[in-house]
Structure formats: structure tokens, C-alpha cells
Design a protein around this ligand. Structure first.
Ligand SMILES: Cc1cc2nc3c(=O)[nH]c(=O)nc-3n(C[C@H](O)[C@H](O)[C@H](O)COP(=O)(O)OP(=O)(O)OC[C@H]3O[C@@H](n4cnc5c(N)ncnc54)[C@H](O)[C@@H]3O)c2cc1C
Length: 300
């Protein structure tokens, strides 16, 4: 049976898009098409899709908000799974429980409105809860690891488990989620009672810092590189005089050297070429290897 027919047996056909443009689902506004872009609405559908993909070896890629990935111009073969319909956020005592497709910004705002402190750091991170857990997203001294209590996941055999935070080996912008083949369905954050005005003041300050320093007016994937031990990636790039240098429509931001922006209808190939140029120049000038934080998916 064809992939489409099989998928139609698993989820509502209206939730399967064929040849979907992935530039509409990535923050860089780059990337070719997905053969099948599927948005299940129940956990059972997610389990069935995983079982089907594993059973048939149809390629399978999970996408959150696309804020930390670059999809190549040739797009992604097989199934691209999005949990954008899993948006619930609720409170249980001093915990906030958020479904994986909800934006972590919304979980942070929810905590504010519930007078709970601990998620302020996430108030400007444009990823989903699932993507934030995968990356151990963090900012301004806080990270997911600090407040994650547990998460509900689907494993590569399609079984659902609740795992405690230490099962994910969270460390600087990394986890073992890819290696284990987990799909995060829901995260439980352990927070503390706080004062609304104090929580809001912290969030306002972080938002001001972000808006004044980051080139949010252009599509990008945020900081492209991880912080190399003993250095700051942005400073190395700035001192290599790379700001404003570009290839095609992509260039190193003049506002924040750690960002590469899609300034003028860039292709993914332009963007990746700028990443490689930066890595080459910084290595030549300072002998430092810049490791990508952003993931590159798909084919040329
Ligand atoms: C302007 C801008 C500012 C940013 N600022 C920050 C910042 O301050 N701090 C920071 O850490 N990051 C920052 N980022 C990067 C990005 O927002 C985070 O890394 C975010 O956590 C990625 O989430 P996502 O949903 O967009 O994931 P995606 O980019 O869609 O995917 C990233 C990875 O997560 C995996 N994934 C997604 N959902 C799930 C799931 N449910 N289960 C398992 N795996 C999953 C994907 O398969 C992929 O491998 C910024 C990005 C932009 C564009």
C-alpha cells in the first residue's frame, strides 16, 4: 500500500499535507518540501505513525517550531511529524504541565499568570516545549534542566512512558532524546510560588535585552553556534570582522554576530555556506572550532 493510503488509515486525511513547503514551518524561512507533513491530534495517532514508520522504514522526522533547524533546499523525504495540535498547558500545585507543541514562551507566560517562578528565562525562546527539552534550551542563566521534573514520551517502539528529568542527560544545549529516539509529548516543570510583579519585572528585563541585542526583524535560527569553552562565539565572529559578510541572501548579522540572518530571499544553501565560511574564518584566525547549535535536516 502507498504511504499516503497507510497514513490515511492512521490519521484524519485532513491532517496530512502532501509536498508541504517547509519554509512555512521554519524560523529561517528556508527549506524545500516535505513529502508528507502530518499533524496528529491524539497520542494514539502519534504511536501508530511511529510504529508504521519503524515497521516500513519510511523516513521519519520530527519538527517543533523550526526555530533551531535549517531544512535544506531539497526538503525532507518521508514523513515530517508536527505536534502543533498538542497545545495544552495546565497547573497542578506548584507544577506547570505543558504539552509538547505549546510554545515554551506560552508556558512561561502561563506560569507568570499563575504567580509561579522558575520559567522566566524561557520568556523569549521561540521554540516548542518539546524542542526546548530536546535542546535543553536556556537563556540568561536559566535552562530547562533547572526546572524540568519529568516528561511523558513515546519511545521508538511506540510505547508511552513517564521519565524523570535525569533520564534525558540534559547538558549545555543537548540531551539524549535523538539518540534514544524519544518523542516528547508533555513536560512537567517544577516551579515555586512567587510574586507576580517580581516575575514580570524579570521577564520584561529579559525581553528588553533580547529585543535590543537580537536582529528579530529578520528570519534566523537564533544563535547558530554553541559557546566554545573559554570563549564567546559572537565575540570570535565579531573579532574576525565577519559581520555584514554574506553569501547570496544570507549574512552574518550586523546587530548580533552570533546570528546569521536570511536578509534577502536566501536559500538554505546560502545560509549553510555562510555557516561554513564563519567556521573556516574563526578557525583560521583563532584556532577555535565553532560547533553548530542549529541542526541541519533534509537533502540538497
Ligand atoms: C530569534 C531566536 C532566538 C532564540 N533564542 C534562544 C535562546 O535564548 N536559548 C535557546 O536555547 N535557544 C534559542 N533559540 C533556538 C530555539 O528556539 C530553541 O533551541 C528551541 O528549543 C527549539 O525548539 P523548536 O520547537 O523550534 O525545535 P525545532 O527547531 O523544530 O527542532 C529542534 C530539534 O528538536 C527536536 N524536537 C522538536 N520537538 C520535539 C519533541 N516533541 N520531541 C522530541 N524532539 C523534538 C527536533 O526533532 C529537532 O531535532 C532561538 C531561536 C531563534 C530563532
Amino acid at each position: 500500500m502507498s504511504i499516503l493510503k497507510e497514513l490515511r488509515n492512521i490519521i484524519n486525511p485532513e491532517h496530512i499535507l502532501i509536498d508541504e513547503e517547509l519554509k512555512n514551518h521554519t524560523y529561517t524561512k528556508l527549506g524545500g518540501k516535505a513529502d508528507f507533513f502530518v499533524t496528529p491530534s491524539t497520542v494514539e495517532e502519534v504511536q501508530e505513525i511511529i510504529r508504521y514508520a519503524n515497521h516500513t522504514s519510511v523516513p521519519f522526522t520530527l519538527l517543533g517550531n523550526g526555530s533551531n533547524v535549517i531544512v535544506k533546499d531539497g526538503g525532507i523525504r518521508g514523513i515530517v511529524l508536527s505536534l502543533k495540535k498538542f497545545l495544552g498547558i495546565r497547573r497542578d500545585g506548584e507544577k506547570v504541565i505543558a504539552e509538547s507543541g505549546a510554545r515554551i514562551i506560552d508556558a512561561s507566560r502561563f506560569a507568570l499568570n499563575e504567580h509561579l517562578t522558575g520559567l522566566e528565562f524561557a520568556c523569549g525562546i521561540p521554540g516548542t516545549v518539546g524542542g526546548a527539552l530536546y535542546m535543553n534550551a536556556g537563556a540568561y542563566g536559566g535552562e530547562v534542566k533547572d526546572c524540568l521534573e519529568s516528561a511523558l514520551i513515546v519511545d521508538s517502539a511506540g510505547a508511552v512512558h513517564r521519565l524523570s528529568a535525569d533520564a534525558f542527560n540534559l547538558a549545555y544545549r543537548t540531551s539524549n532524546i535523538a539518540e534514544k529516539g524519544y518523542i516528547v509529548l508533555e513536560a512537567t516543570f517544577s516551579l515555586e510560588a512567587g510574586d507576580f510583579d517580581e516575575i514580570k519585572a524579570v521577564m520584561d528585563d529579559l525581553t528588553y535585552k533580547r529585543e535590543s541585542k537580537q536582529p528579530l526583524e529578520y528570519p534566523s535560527c537564533g544563535s547558530v553556534f554553541k559557546r566554545p569553552p573559554g570563549y564567546f562565539a559572537g565575540k570570535l565572529i565579531q573579532d574576525s570582522e565577519l559581520q555584514g559578510k554574506g553569501i547570496g541572501g544570507a549574512e552574518v548579522s550586523t546587530k548580533h554576530a552570533g546570528f546569521i540572518v536570511n536578509k534577502n530571499n536566501a536559500t538554505a544553501s546560502d545560509y549553510i555556506s555562510v555557516i561554513e565560511m564563519v567556521q573556516r574564518e574563526v578557525k583560521a584566525k583563532f584556532g577555535v572550532d565553532l560547533e553548530r547549535e542549529v541542526r541541519i535536516l533534509g537533502e540538497d
